[in-house]
Each structure stands twice: as structure tokens, then as C-alpha cells.
Design a protein around this ligand. Structure first.
Ligand SMILES: [Mg+2]
Length: 243
């Protein structure tokens, strides 16, 4: 991180600070439920959010409700969940909502007939868990789920014991475009550590700054090693911006 980069961010007429949560503010832990952000990063972000002409957004793959629970004093920030699909209000069309509701109803009905089948409705998707389904019931369940997913028009995420049918196709890049437009930011900085953050780096303009945390190929122009370095970076921004 060069002095010049910090100075450019500090001197921006309207600054957008957008950051991922896990692996950036909160160190990665084995159980995602135990994730907690570093105090120093949250203090610096809070001060930045209160500084003039500065907006702070936290953009996560987690569901918005979960993010709201994990971020201390979340009302200070713009929170974006589900990889950009939940930005303020949830971005889902009436058509998609109807499709999801109908699918959830169908799966609920299926779960009445198949012991152990668990249906988990989410804001933008429904997950079907087959871990507890035994013997011939399991084949029946998988066949039924296959039939549903064949007709599913949007995103399907398949895990070992779970199939998730989603209507969300937004990316973190969509979120950054939307945030930049909403805040009329003259300069944006985006901080992320994962593959999905590359969508955000990809939409940054020449005046903006992408910060990649950790190893791996990236479109970001700046690299930091770990969340503790993010704290130092945010403190430098805070010092300049709030002063
Ligand atoms: Mg992350």
C-alpha cells in the first residue's frame, strides 16, 4: 500500500469504502457461526462511516439477516448480503418470488411423504437436505429432487447431502455498481479475500482501489496479507478521513 494510494482515498470528494466480511474483517474460523470481526477494524470502519462524505458498506456472501447479527452496531453501515442480491431491500422479482414460494410448497409436500427429508427455506433460495433420508426413500427423494431441478430456471448449487435451488444471480460486482451509483462516490475502495470478490474488483474504475487480502490471483491493485493488515489500512484511512 503506497502513501499515494492512501492520500488519493483520503482526498476523495465522496468516498465509498466497501468490504467483504469473512477473511477480511473477521479472520477465517473452522465454524462460520463462530466468526467475529476484529475490534480495531470495526472501530475504524465505524469512525469512517461517521466521517463526512464517506459511506461504508459490508458486502458478504452470507444472508443479510445473518450478517446483521454478526456485525456490531450494523445500523452504522450499508449491509449487502447473498453476494449482492440483498442490498437494502432484497432484489427479487415477483415472478421469482412466486416460483420460489411454489417450489417450497412442493418440497414441503414431498417432505411429508419422505421421512428425514428436510426443507430449509431462505430469502432467495430453498435448500433440500437428504442427510437423514435412508434406504429406498433416499432414491425416491433424489429422483423427485432431480425432476424439480431439471425444470429449475435459475441457479442450482449441489452439495454432498444438499441441493439448493436459488433465484439469486447477482454478484458482488452488481452490488458495487449499485453502491457507487447510490452514493455518487468519486472514489471507491473494495476489500476482499475470495474468488467472488473478483467480480467486485472487476467493476472498479481507474480512480478506484481494489485490495486483495491473502494469496491467489487477483484483479486488485493492492495486496494485504491478513485481516490484521486490513485493520492498519482502515486506521490510516480513518485518521486521514476523519481529521
Ligand atoms: Mg471473504
Amino acid at each position: 500500500m503506497t502513501e499515494e494510494t492512501i492520500e488519493r482515498l483520503v482526498g476523495a470528494a465522496r468516498l465509498l469504502v466497501a468490504t467483504d466480511f469473512d477473511g477480511v474483517l473477521a479472520p477465517i474460523v473452522s465454524d462460520p457461526d463462530d466468526a467475529a470481526p476484529l475490534d480495531g477494524s470495526m472501530a475504524a470502519l465505524g469512525a469512517l462511516a461517521a466521517a463526512p462524505d464517506t459511506t461504508v458498506a459490508i458486502v458478504s456472501g452470507r444472508e443479510l439477516a445473518q450478517l446483521d447479527h454478526l456485525v456490531p452496531e450494523p445500523e452504522r453501515f450499508v449491509l449487502v448480503g447473498s453476494h449482492g442480491a440483498e442490498i437494502g431491500e432484497t432484489l427479487v422479482s415477483d415472478e421469482d418470488r412466486a416460483l420460489l414460494d411454489e417450489t417450497i410448497a412442493g418440497l414441503d409436500e414431498l417432505s411429508q411423504r419422505i421421512p428425514g427429508l428436510r426443507v430449509e427455506p431462505k430469502v432467495l433460495s430453498v435448500a433440500v437436505h437428504v442427510r437423514q433420508v435412508q434406504g429406498p426413500d433416499r432414491d425416491r427423494a433424489l429422483a423427485e429432487i432431480d425432476r424439480i431441478r431439471e425444470r429449475w430456471p435459475a441457479k442450482v448449487v449441489t452439495g454432498k447431502e444438499v441441493v439448493e435451488l436459488s433465484v439469486a444471480d447477482a454478484t458482488k460486482g452488481d452490488a458495487v455498481i449499485e453502491l457507487k451509483a447510490r452514493t455518487a462516490a468519486t472514489v471507491a475502495v473494495y476489500i476482499g479475500d475470495d474468488v467472488t470478490d473478483e467480480d467486485a474488483f472487476a467493476v472498479l474504475g481507474p480512480a478506484d482501489v481494489g485490495v486483495k487480502v491473502g494469496q491467489g490471483e487477483t484483479l486488485a491493485s493492492v495486496r494485504l496479507d491478513e485481516p490484521a493488515d486490513v485493520t492498519r489500512f482502515l486506521e490510516a484511512l480513518r485518521t486521514g478521513r476523519a481529521g
